[in-house]
Design a protein around this ligand. Structure first.
Ligand SMILES: NC(=O)c1ccc[n+]([C@@H]2O[C@H](COP(=O)([O-])OP(=O)(O)OC[C@H]3O[C@@H](n4cnc5c(N)ncnc54)[C@H](OP(=O)(O)O)[C@@H]3O)[C@@H](O)[C@H]2O)c1
Length: 298
């Protein structure tokens, strides 16, 4: 099967590309200099020329805080360009898998979020991603699958796990938010799920995260516990609890955005792995945890 992947140089796209090739999918993944998805005509020509069975759109404007003062850029890529990709798929008669986010929610429900729960993004990034989802679904109906994910960590790109591993030996203490809860998701697991959906003609919105939930503070503590042996006795930062209000970042984040994963479990015929399993696999992949230890952690 031929897949056209936008965003292949990003954190998630990199994992999709790597696994797709291992599974012998034919993957075409132009870089932004070749196809800028915010250029409607470039997208139309590319999709028509490649003529894939499925287009995976992992390209996005992902700078959540910067989006607060770069509104135009966020909407151009996350809403308008997502719409251009969907239009090009409709014209070429192919399916689209579009990646979205938990930031379409305000996180105030206090329970795991289902696909049909009311959306209410708190910032520009979340608003632009929500409008992108809507464009894609309006254009392609059930020929589009919107996979919402959250708190990704993969081999490439900046993510919370990488930041912690860098900061632990650099700092004497680190303040970490302890009043926001997420389902940290290993991009390697999500990439495999995306490729399962490439073969499965499912449409609509599906929540796609690792299972379980944790506060950022407890997540950082677990990263430190697992990674400590790899620092070979070096002193590591003491972790201190803080609140989102105290941290006061430009963009507000949802308080509680863990997903209900019943739907993805029934579609894939297996539940997602837990965030702990995802973290152990990731640390093993990047050489922080021995393979044997990672098996024991699961
Ligand atoms: N990271 C997370 O924690 C997280 C959480 C929830 C949802 N998501 C969603 O998951 C998806 C993947 O995120 P990620 O972490 O992999 O993002 P990322 O590492 O920031 O990668 C973004 C990708 O989009 C590409 N891109 C940006 N503007 C483009 C344009 N105009 N034309 C073509 N390509 C463009 C980038 O290419 P260049 O390298 O050329 O800029 C890059 O390959 C996104 O839809 C994001 O909203 C991410």
């Amino acid at each position: 099967m031929r897949i056209l992947l936008f965003g292949g140089s990003g954190q998630l796209g990199f994992e999709v590309k790597k696994r797709a090739r291992d599974l012998e999918f034919e993957v075409v993944s132009p870089v932004t200099a070749e196809v800028d998805i915010s250029e409607r005509e470039q997208v139309r020509k590319c999709v028509a020329a490649i003529n894939p069975e499925v287009v995976v759109n992992s390209a996005a404007y992902t700078a959540v805080d910067k989006a607060e003062h770069e509104r135009e850029a966020a909407f151009r890529i996350n809403r308008d360009a997502a719409g251009y990709v969907a239009e090009a798929c409709r014209a070429a008669g192919c399916r689209m898998i579009h990646i979205s986010t938990d930031y379409v929610f305000d996180g105030s429900l206090g329970r795991e979020l289902r696909e049909g729960d009311p959306t209410n993004p708190l910032g520009v990034y979340g608003k632009s991603k929500l409008e992108g989802e809507q464009r894609v679904l309006e254009t392609l109906d059930d020929r589009a699958l919107v996979l919402r994910t959250q708190a990704l960590f993969g081999q490439k790109g900046v993510n919370f796990v990488q930041s912690m591993l860098r900061l632990f030996p650099e700092r004497s203490s680190l303040k970490i938010v302890d009043d926001q809860w997420v389902s940290p998701t290993w991009a390697g697991w999500l990439a495999e799920a995306i490729l399962d959906f490439v073969r499965m003609p499912v449409g609509g919105v599906v929540h796609a995260s690792c299972s379980g939930m944790v506060s950022w503070f407890d997540f950082a503590s677990e990263i430190q516990r697992l990674a400590r042996p790899s620092f070979k006795g070096q002193p590591l930062a003491t972790l201190e609890r803080t609140t989102a209000a105290e941290l006061n970042r430009p963009a507000k984040r949802p308080t509680f955005s863990a997903f209900d994963t019943s739907l993805i479990s029934s579609l894939l015929g297996r539940p997602p792995i837990s965030w702990q399993e995802g973290l152990a696999s990731y640390l093993a992949e990047i050489g922080v945890l021995e393979q044997e230890e990672s098996q024991q952690e699961k």
